[in-house]
Write a protein that binds this ligand. Structure first.
Ligand SMILES: Cc1cc2nc3c(=O)[nH]c(=O)nc-3n(C[C@H](O)[C@H](O)[C@H](O)COP(=O)(O)OP(=O)(O)OC[C@H]3O[C@@H](n4cnc5c(N)ncnc54)[C@H](O)[C@@H]3O)c2cc1C
Length: 425
């Protein structure tokens, strides 16, 4: 039987999650012919029940979405983040708990961007809308071949190219493979790339809530002993909750009746935005760290959660994947224009050099933050409260953290500056 080769081009992306789809568009803009393979049908990935999460998109990520044509599709469903309030401990205020706590760190976007319509600290969007926007743009790009549903079951890398095999026996050939198949990447396992990491023994319970009062674009993060409780603004008086609890409590919250969940929600959320009620289902996600020892092997790059998956405490996992995509697309676009091999170690080492520091800093930073804040030890509480208050009093420190969270670190790739990539041929 002759093997059916369905693609022979520049790059095959294994995994069409948020990171893989973003990379496909960036590669296309760099002039690469690309195939993106996912084991799930597109309709399933667009189903509201598939992923209940919303993501905070850093302002540099949004600039990249502008440059790729994604922002126009997403803007009607996205919410500007004008302020971020970080509070230590149980929220107080109103007749029930709620509102900022005693030690508060306030980030105000007017400190780093001017005018009523100045660039916000970031944007919030439901993942389903982001996925929809990415796929809408992708469907109009001739140089991108979307292959789904199709599970990658094997791959091979040679010095002059690479191949992947699908579960139905079809094959794709390319100069470069990119593994975007998530935190538990099978491609990484097949390549024998070692990882380190651990579970935090926490789960993030996620749901969308409606509240009576407008949130005014404020994102709240309360550090509770069981883990952070984040209230993230969405359009139409809605917010997305990431409610971190120890595994057993999270499981109980997911299994609870609507009445019990409502009571727990009111107790935790408070009434500072008036009455609050869940809209839509609850989801839960186990939280852990998984970090790969390398960003590449000859002819294969690792990107998004397949390169490293981190705790969502700072809302940075997808943003890291976006930054990976911006760097890899720029490096590969330049290599193609210069007639260099896309998957050669010299090309991919540039990608690793560009991404390793930011990636490691955030993995270590989020891990330290999670450990420092997910406890109720009195001296530690006092120390971190002091730290929050101190940063809150120093404007340059506040601006530094806002720019870091916005992804404005080091030497940002063109796409993160909102500039389009130069096209190779
Ligand atoms: C509770 C929570 C809140 C979060 N909030 C934020 C936030 O506010 N901001 C932020 O930036 N990040 C956030 N994150 C992190 C973010 O969700 C992830 O970093 C991001 O979704 C990872 O995307 P990915 O494409 O790398 O991986 P995935 O989403 O895991 O996608 C992998 C894809 O690969 C496909 N696949 C797997 N194996 C195969 C195979 N063999 N063949 C073909 N296809 C395959 C899968 O079907 C899937 O579509 C949060 C995470 C959690 C848990």
């Amino acid at each position: 039987m002759t093997e059916e080769i369905i693609f022979d081009g520049d790059a095959v992306i294994i995994g069409g999650g948020l990171a893989g789809l973003t990379l496909a568009l960036a590669f296309e803009q760099a002039g690469l012919d690309v195939a993106v393979v996912d084991s799930l049908p597109m309709e399933d990935r667009l189903d509201p029940e598939y992923d209940g999460r919303s993501s905070a998109l850093a302002y540099t990520s949004w600039r990249m979405f502008e440059a790729l044509g994604v922002a126009d599709h997403l803007r009607p469903h996205a919410q500007r983040i004008e302020h971020i309030l970080v509070c230590d401990g149980r929220p107080y205020g109103g007749t029930r708990p709620g509102g900022p706590g005693p030690h508060t760190l306030h980030f105000d976007r007017r400190e780093i961007s001017e005018g009523p319509d100045g660039e916000p600290l970031g944007w919030m969007a439901e993942n389903r809308h982001t996925r929809h926007a990415l796929i809408s743009v992708l469907k109009n790009r001739d140089r991108i071949m979307a292959v789904a549903p199709a599970k990658v079951v094997n791959h091979e890398t040679l010095s002059d190219g690479a191949s992947v095999w699908l579960d139905d026996g079809r094959r794709l050939n390319a100069e470069l493979l990119v593994a975007c198949d998530g935190k538990f990447s099978r491609t990484r396992v097949r390549e024998g790339v070692r990882t380190f990491g651990w579970s935090y023994g926490q789960k993030g319970v996620v749901c969308t809530v409606q509240h009576e009062q407008p949130h005014a674009g404020v994102a709240y993060e309360y550090f509770m002993p069981s883990g952070p409780f984040a209230i993230l603004p969405l359009p139409d008086n809605r917010s997305s909750l990431v409610w971190t609890e120890r595994d057993e409590t999270a499981d109980a919250l997911i299994a609870a009746s609507d009445e019990v969940f409502q009571a727990e929600l009111e107790n935790r959320f408070g009434d500072f935005l008036g009455g609050v009620k869940p809209v839509g289902p609850r989801f839960s996600y186990p939280l852990g760290l998984r970090y790969g020892e390398t960003f590449y092997r000859e002819r294969i790059a690792f990107l998004g959660d397949a390169a490293r998956g981190i705790h969502p405490i700072a809302g940075q996992g997808f943003n890291l994947g976006i930054r990976d995509a911006a760097a890899l697309a720029e490096v590969c676009g330049e290599a193609k224009r210069c007639g260099l091999a896309l998957g050669a170690p010299t090309t991919l080492q540039r990608y690793q050099d560009w991404r390793a520091f930011d990636s490691a800093t955030l993995a270590v930073g989020t891990d330290m933050f999670t450990r420092l804040f997910s406890n109720d030890i009195e001296p530690v509480r006092q120390l971190r409260g002091l730290g929050l208050s101190l940063v809150n009093k120093i404007p340059p420190a506040r601006r530094f953290f806002m720019r870091q969270a916005g992804g404005e670190t080091g030497d940002p790739p063109r796409l993160l500056r909102g500039l389009k990539l130069e096209t190779a041929a």
